[in-house]
Unconditional design. Structure first.
Length: 401
């Protein structure tokens, strides 16, 4: 019995649902749930026409533990795939514990009133999941997600000791909009406007937001200005691979995007506190989300590709210095043709389905709360090649970092 409940059917959730439908022999049955049942019904109908599957649908406000508990009692899944927003992580984990259900997500918990993310809130559930004999798999998208699996794969197969890790995330696509974000705009803008942070010699070094940048060359793309940001998987990777002396995360942004972002901040539209407007309380960033393009609708004219990978330096298994680059390139247009979504949703949704597959097949099952790099990377890496995210390796090349 491997019944799945998937909460959230936005850009990422739509891809997850397509991939679950394509692999229904592994998953048996799926319930799609979000705040808006009509959206789940529409997606279920698309999947029925395309793949002949019959997915149940339901309505849940996943900010409310009681509502999630009722959902899980009704559908009795073995696993919840949480692809709603990071705000809902703790409520869904709590409900999973109450109902004896396993858990998987793609982004770590963030409180709504503070643009701050760290794993401590979710790691605090470790003992309770352990005692309940339940598995929670955290951060199983691309980054976090595949970035951690790549790192675990490098440690297992290529390195005696990893010393320097740089995760490099390039979106060389063009959606032909003046400004749009590739995943939920509220979560995305909160993340990018935060101070940068990287790990060096056992300490975290803080930088201004997007203060450090340099051009990096991406396969099949060429050089792109890349900006140092804090990203959540750095926190777990330096803990799980203690030989790492320096860990950083880089992401590319175009000048047009950065100019819009600066204006949004300067005029107060990135604020996450409440302001009163005509007697109504609104949060400017939430209002901005309502008027920006929905990342779900960007796919049709999206050209170009993403290129995301890990560049690692250290001592190889043979005792000699080794540099290693493992990456995937994903075409926005191919992702759209398959799922109707653009490449950023695709690169997140495919690994979430593979993580669920790892769980259901018994390959990634261990009571407790775990980050993806704590499981065996090999079966996951093999599935990436089969489900649309093939990876490539380069050895002893200039990593530029
Ligand atoms: P969207 O905004 O497109 O979709 C969010 C979905 O969550 C919608 O279906 C929405 O339902 C649902 N939802 C929101 N609030 C609630 C709630 N209270 N109760 C139930 N459902 C709710 O977001 P994305 O698909 O772009 O992103 C989804 C997740 O993926 C985010 O957590 C994001 O951080 C993560 N992500 C991870 C990446 C990675 O590589 N690890 C990369 C990109 C994204 P409704 O429309 O009915 O309100």
């Amino acid at each position: 019995m491997s019944k799945i409940v998937q909460i959230g059917i936005g850009g990422v959730g739509t891809v997850v649902a397509h991939k679950l439908a394509q692999n229904i022999d592994v998953f048996e049955s799926v319930t799609l749930a979000s705040r808006t049942k009509s959206k789940c019904d529409a997606l279920a109908e698309t999947l029925n026409k395309k793949y002949g599957v019959k997915f149940d649908t339901d309505c849940v406000d996943a900010d409310e533990v009681d509502q999630i508990v009722a959902l899980l009692k009704k559908h009795k899944p073995v696993l919840v795939i949480n692809v709603a927003l990071p705000y809902q992580d703790l409520a869904i984990m709590e409900a999973c514990l109450q109902c004896g259900v396993n858990y998987l997500d793609t982004a770590n918990y963030e409180p709504k009133d503070e643009a701050h993310f760290e794993y401590s809130w979710q790691w605090a559930y470790k003992k309770r999941f352990e005692d309940a004999g339940l598995t929670a798999i955290l951060g199983c998208g691309f980054d976090p997600g595949v970035s951690g699996v790549y790192t675990a794969y490098a440690a297992k197969h290529h390195f005696k000791e990893m010393n320097y890790l740089d995760i490099v995330d390039c979106n060389a696509g063009n959606h032909h909009k003046a400004f749009a974000t590739n995943f939920n705009p509220e979560i995305n803008i909160r993340e990018i406007t935060q101070n940068g942070r990287y790990y060096q010699d056992g300490k975290w070094v803080e930088t201004g937001a997007l203060e450090i940048h340099k051009p990096l060359t991406y396969p099949n793309v060429g050089p792109k200005e890349s900006y140092l940001m804090y990203h959540e998987e750095l926190e777990s990777l330096v803990k799980n691979f203690p030989t790492i002396k320096r860990a950083r995360f880089w992401m590319t942004f175009g000048q047009e995007y950065l100019t819009h972002l600066r204006v949004i901040q300067n005029i107060g539209m990135a604020r996450i506190d409440e302001v009163e407007y005509n007697g109504v309380k609104i949060v400017p960033l939430q209002f901005l989300k309502a008027v920006l393009p929905n990342p779900k609708d960007l796919g049709e004219n999206y050209e170009g590709e993403t290129s995301i990978g890990c560049r690692i330096r250290g001592i190889g298994k043979d005792g000699k210095e080794l540099t290693y680059y493992v990456y995937n390139n994903c075409s926005h247009h191919d992702a759209f043709l398959e799922t109707g979504m653009q490449g950023v949703s695709y690169t997140t949704g495919v690994p979430a389905m593979i993580g669920a597959m790892m769980f259901v097949k018994g390959l990634w099952q261990r009571p407790g709360v775990w980050n993806v790099e704590e499981f065996d990377p090999d079966p996951f890496m093999a599935e990436l090649n089969k489900h649309g995210l093939p990876w490539h390796e380069e050895f002893n090349k200039d990593l530029e970092l």
